[in-house]
Write a protein that binds this ligand. Structure first.
Ligand SMILES: Cc1ncc(COP(=O)(O)O)c(C=O)c1O
Length: 346
């Protein structure tokens, strides 16, 4: 039972009920939320609070992902969902989450902010899940396992069999972060939501949809988990402009697909160009919109690139990532410039 995993104070919490939760028709004389009835100084459309449950946007997402409205949570980036999941399930100072470094940094930051312990089980040298060690390390206080697939910063997908093994043998919450799934050739784990009551899948509009600035993340999960996330979120966590633009974006799936294809193509071009350089020791295969590259001397390359105003991410301090830079796939012009600088100066 999911309720057995939820913190007691959240189980008994009476959530804030916002004005727009109670009355949300499009027409009417709304004198219930202390907005400015005269409008605003900038544009006529922003003086009302946005839809707290983002129904129109969820309808479109449900249609696209063949899922139901009650299986969708929308947040201020998927970072919000990560934070809320920890707050719903993890008792500060008592419970823990399990992560598999090298991986996305916000899982441990959100845990630390909430005073929740982090168990770290390093990936194998092939960047796969060390399932034996993960299963051995689970304690009664382990509430969430975060699995990032495709993984940031390594770029690879984890084996389906390994993920399934964890889903079957862990009774806490398994979060699969699919921020980069659109760039992979793999199916989303959303299709397994009915099979696993403890599964949460995270996706985002920040990557393939190209809307990082708007801050919109999605959590897909069984209805009871979604209900708890909604219970503790800020009432108007996704602003109206974001809802409006995301709806517009969802009407142009062909353009999304075109960008994804172009990024995949550019990934091949960049990979080929980099593999000719003597300073490049290894390029890890990637199912994401970035590649992890091992250099002879990563900090030297990093500094040289900065001097030319090209900024990449130095991941050398992460376990298994010594001398590695993470490079986002750019436009053809950006990638050519990167290659030219690397060819000339290093
Ligand atoms: C694996 C992963 N998850 C989540 C996020 C955050 O996404 P959002 O912009 O939706 O908060 C990122 C951002 O880089 C990421 O790499």
């Amino acid at each position: 039972m999911i309720e057995d995993l939820v913190r007691k104070n959240i189980l008994t919490l009476k959530p804030y009920s916002s004005a727009r939760d109670e009355h949300s028709n499009d027409s009417g004389i709304f004198l219930d939320a202390n907005e400015n009835s005269f409008g605003s100084t900038v544009d006529g459309q922003f003086y009302r609070y946005p839809d707290p449950r983002q129904w129109k946007l969820k309808e479109k997402i449900a249609e696209l992902q063949h899922t139901e409205l009650h299986n969708i949570f929308l947040g201020n980036g998927s970072d919000e969902a990560i934070d809320l999941l920890i707050r719903v399930f993890c008792e500060p100072r008592l419970d823990n989450i399990l992560i598999m470094p090298p991986t996305y940094g916000m899982y441990s930051v959100c845990a630390a902010v909430n005073d929740v312990q982090v168990q770290k089980i390093q990936l194998t040298k092939h960047f796969q899940i060390n399932t034996t060690r993960v299963l051995e390390s689970l304690t009664s206080g382990t509430k969430i396992i975060f699995i990032c697939s495709p993984n940031n910063p390594t770029g690879n997908l984890f084996s389906d069999k390994d993920i399934e093994l964890l889903l079957q043998n862990f009774s806490g919450i398994v979060v699969i972060d699919e921020a980069y799934i659109d760039f992979s050739n793999s199916l989303s784990w959303i299709t397994k939501l009915e099979k696993y009551p403890n599964l949460v899948v995270l996706q985002t509009f920040s990557k393939a949809w190209g809307l990082a600035n708007l801050r919109l993340g999605i959590g897909f999960a069984p209805e009871d988990i979604i209900t708890f996330l909604n219970r503790i979120k800020y009432p108007y966590n996704v602003n109206g402009y974001t809802q409006q633009i995301a709806l517009q974006a969802l009407k142009n799936i062909a353009y999304h697909d075109k960008m994804v294809e172009e990024i995949k193509k550019q990934k091949e071009v960049l990979t080929a160009g980099l593999s000719d350089l003597p300073t490049v020791k290894h390029i890890y295969p990637s199912s994401a919109n970035f590649i992890l590259v091992r250099f002879e001397n990563a900090s030297f390359v990093y500094e040289k690139l900065i001097q030319q105003n090209i900024i990449v991410r130095d991941r050398s301090s992460q376990p298994l990532c010594e001398n590695c830079l993470r490079i986002t796939i750019g436009t053809p012009e950006q990638n050519n410039r990167l290659l030219a600088v690397l060819q000339e100066g290093i």
